[in-house]
Design a protein around this ligand. Structure first.
Ligand SMILES: NC(=O)c1ccc[n+]([C@@H]2O[C@H](COP(=O)([O-])OP(=O)(O)OC[C@H]3O[C@@H](n4cnc5c(N)ncnc54)[C@H](O)[C@@H]3O)[C@@H](O)[C@H]2O)c1
Length: 253
């Protein structure tokens, strides 16, 4: 097992890719903290892990709220006494509210940035001190093609938040390299999860998004899991500051 004896926090692990990664981390031997705002989804992930004889706890967490993030990290330390992996996955895409720059409200900009970017910094802020004590850790941020290219017209707040995640990956990698805390980002492609279900309901949009990926299909939630395990494990000991694609080739063309 590639993550034996490691403790992993996965944010937004109640659905989509976060759930797939939490299940996979547990299968690889990690003790998993499911940090999720929606109790039903978070508890279902923990039950699925336990049914498969893995170890996990659910901690209700709104990652945009500093007191909740702080409490989640405290609970993790009380339960497992260490943090080896932080998988910063939780995010929202506010369909129908995110918009072109001049049409976007400050409220939607702020909400998107609080959940997608500020949260990534906040979870890191509280998870890093135990990692410094342990002299090691792996932090993985989930970015997006929209943070690299203008490939999602009309999604100003979301794209800008994901661009911020890329910058945060690099500055944190530089800041903590000598502490043996590695910081990398995964860029998923268009992936069939609840996040983009409102888009995929439209057959025309589904066909267009499918055709955009050179591999000729949409991503499935588990398509990021192998990369996540690699970056979380000691196999990636010399990898930090990297932006890794699991996008079906979307950003290569
Ligand atoms: N689906 C895609 O096509 C796609 C593409 C590129 C990047 N991404 C990124 O991948 C990551 C996972 O996306 P997904 O498609 O699996 O999303 P999803 O919407 O399917 O799942 C996200 C999970 O995060 C939780 N969450 C939302 N707000 C939260 C908060 N404030 N605190 C804690 N949990 C919260 C949700 O309840 C949900 O369980 C996100 O960072 C997303 O931006 C997704």
């Amino acid at each position: 097992m590639r993550l034996a004896n490691k403790v992993a926090i996965v944010t937004g692990a109640g659905a989509g890719m976060g759930k797939a990664v939490a299940l996979r981390f547990a299968r690889e031997g990690a003790q998993v903290v499911v940090a999720e705002i929606h109790a039903a989804g978070g508890k279902a992930t923990v039950e699925a892990i336990r049914r498969a004889k893995g170890q996990a706890i659910f901690v209700t967490t709104d990652v945009s709220q500093e007191n909740e993030v702080k409490a989640m990290v405290t609970t993790t330390m009380e339960q497992y006494s260490r943090i080896d992996i932080l998988y910063n996955n939780a995010a929202v895409e506010l369909h129908g509210q995110d918009a072109r720059a001049h049409e976007l409200s400050a409220e939607i900009w702020d909400r998107t940035h609080a959940i997608n970017l500020r949260s990534v910094w906040l979870c890191s802020k509280y998870a890093i001190p135990p990692m410094l004590e342990q002299h090691g850790g792996s932090i993985i941020h989930v970015a997006s093609p929209t943070g690299l290219y203008g490939c999602a017209p009309g999604y100003t707040a979301y794209s800008a938040s994901k661009g911020g995640v890329v910058a945060l990956t690099r500055v944190m990698a530089a800041d903590y390299a000598r502490d043996n805390i590695r910081v990398n980002a995964i860029v998923p492609g268009t992936t069939d999860t609840p996040m983009i279900a409102p888009l995929l309901e439209d057959d025309g949009i589904r066909a267009r998004l499918t055709a955009l990926a050179p591999l000729g299909r949409l991503g499935q939630p588990d398509d990021v899991s192998g990369l996540a395990v690699f970056l979380a494990s000691d196999e990636s000991a010399y990898c930090t500051g990297g932006i890794y694609m699991a996008d079906g080739g979307l950003t290569a063309v």
